[in-house]
Design a protein around this ligand. Structure first.
Ligand code: UGA
Length: 472
């Protein structure tokens, strides 16, 4: 099938590469010449597992890059809109890029096409896109507008796309739904997974993924409601973690106890310094705005947002309770990305905390496995960026863990302790087992678990390499 994907950001690039891997002929349209030149030259602009392999496999054959929207629409049966929908100052989604693409598409609709929203957009966007395309000259029976939301997470976007929990097709006519079913047929009928070159299956994947057909409006709501629910889960457990801290309970045990109820589930119940990224904060505000416009006061979402913001302040208080005064203190920071496995720092709680600590007069030396260049652009010379975790810890009054990078869990704790001026770790992501940290000589603060102080050091606590790391 011939497919156009408009917008080569995270969603567009991953979707385009994955559609090509499913066997479709894909043209990825962008008006940023520099981006197109880089993609054509073989660059991979984002840090995403398996994306380099897919781009290398299909670039120049089943996957082409172009700035010619009209030509791409003319040549395609399905056109996916994956352009940005940044927040306005009022927190609504700014849909001007979507509108401008819809206008551009209209002139090239010369035979039946399905125009698909892939970006996260508020309910009613399908209706508006349809109206704009009609207003700009397309014939009503020559096109339909559908919503096909994406649930990919940064870092695991390719596997999330190819092995999704579900595929949602929001279409208001059978003709339109049939085109989208054809797009996803290699996944829904399982032929993609049987192929010798298919991207490896992640552990949890259920095959084939269920395909859910809904109205376009329901699909639009599914996306916003899913992200809002996940954010709510995180804020819920962060609130429970605060109570655990007050009463001396352990949130990890509480999570185990509630998460094993299959109606609740264990995933997305990790407390920390609050959620960030380019999706949850923006989508919650946008969903809040949609609800307000529909006449529903969705105060639950206000509370989710407020608990999230409060997590940053709670963390600063924790650092203060570990160090007493902050002015002039040297802090080592592990992690700047908004979560592990990505170089993205948009709305990163780690960056926000670093900025707050700088305002308090701290000096900061930070390490992130992937986000240095992006973090450098934002933080400038106010923070010293170093090449590994031990260098970040060197001479520091305390070490702060702000991003849940897997590689931090295998640090050599003896070496880390010897680098620090004082063996104090404040872990905003609960990466380590408190008992192991205490056994390795640390005063260790985490989220929703009692703080621990060093045990008298027995040589055995340091001996076996595989017991050194306190991975949970
Ligand atoms: C999120 C959703 O998980 C995707 O399903 C969705 O498609 C995507 O937004 C989107 O709308 O495009 P993403 O922003 O990549 O994906 O990141 P997540 O893995 O969801 O993490 C979001 C934030 O929540 C991170 O800051 C992470 O550290 C934090 N988090 C996550 C927690 O604090 N606790 C958890 O248990 C899980």
């Amino acid at each position: 099938m011939r497919i156009a994907v408009v917008g080569s950001g995270y969603v567009g690039l991953v979707a385009g590469a994955c559609f090509a891997d499913l066997g479709h002929e894909v043209v990825l349209v962008d008006n940023d010449q520099k981006k197109l030149a880089a993609l054509n030259a073989g660059d991979v602009p984002i840090h995403e597992n398996f994306l380099p392999e897919l781009l290398a496999r299909h670039r120049g054959s089943r996957l082409r890059f172009s700035d010619d929207l009209q030509h791409a629409v003319h040549a395609s049966s399905a056109i996916f809109i994956a352009v940005g929908t940044p927040p306005t100052e009022q927190g609504e989604a700014d849909l001007s890029y979507v509108e401008s693409v819809a206008r551009g598409i209209a002139g090239a609709v010369d035979s039946y096409k399905v125009v698909v929203e892939k970006s996260t957009v508020p309910v009613y966007t399908c209706d508006w896109v349809r109206r704009i395309i009609l207003r700009n000259g397309a014939q009503a029976d020559n096109f339909d507008v559908a919503s096909n939301p994406e649930f990919l997470r940064e870092g695991t976007g390719v596997t999330d796309f190819l092995y999704p929990d579900r595929i949602v097709i929001g279409a208001d006519s059978e003709r339109c739904a049939a085109v989208l079913r054809e797009v996803y047929a290699p996944m829904a009928d399982g032929t993609y997974y049987a192929g010798p070159e298919s991207i490896p299956r992640p552990d949890r994947a259920q095959l084939p993924p269920p395909l859910i057909t809904t109205s376009a409006k329901s699909a639009e709501l599914i996306k916003h409601a899913s992200n809002a629910f996940l954010a709510m889960k995180i804020s819920f457990i962060n609130a429970v973690a605060s109570i655990c801290e007050s009463v001396g309970a352990n949130v990890q045990q509480v999570c185990q106890g509630i998460g094993t109820d299959s109606r609740i589930g264990r995933r997305f119940l990790n407390p920390g310094i609050g959620y960030g990224g380019s999706c949850f904060p923006k989508d919650l505000m946008a969903f809040r705005a949609v609800a307000r416009e529909c006449g529903y006061d969705f105060r639950l979402l206000d509370e989710v947002i407020s608990i999230n913001e409060n997590q940053r302040q709670r963390f600063i208080r924790k650092v203060r309770s570990a160090l007493w005064t902050l002015r002039g203190k040297k802090l080592g920071v592990l992690g700047l990305a908004f979560k592990g496995g990505t170089d993205d720092i948009r709305e990163s709680p780690a960056i926000e905390l670093v900025q707050l600590l700088l305002q308090e007069g701290c000096r900061i030396c930070a390490y992130d496995p992937a986000a240095h260049s992006r973090a450098g652009e934002v933080l400038g010379s106010s923070v010293q960026l170093v090449e590994n975790a031990y260098a970040a810890a060197r001479g520091a009054d305390a070490l702060l863990i702000l991003t849940e990078w897997e590689e931090f869990t295998s640090l050599d704790l003896t070496r880390l302790r010897s680098e620090l001026r004082y063996p104090i770790v404040v872990d905003g992501r609960n990466l380590f087992d408190p008992d192991v940290m205490a056994a390795n000589g640390f005063t260790y603060y985490s989220v929703g678990r009692p703080a621990v102080t060093p045990e008298p050091l027995a040589p055995a606590a340091f001996a076996p390499a595989d017991q050194k790391n306190g991975r949970l």
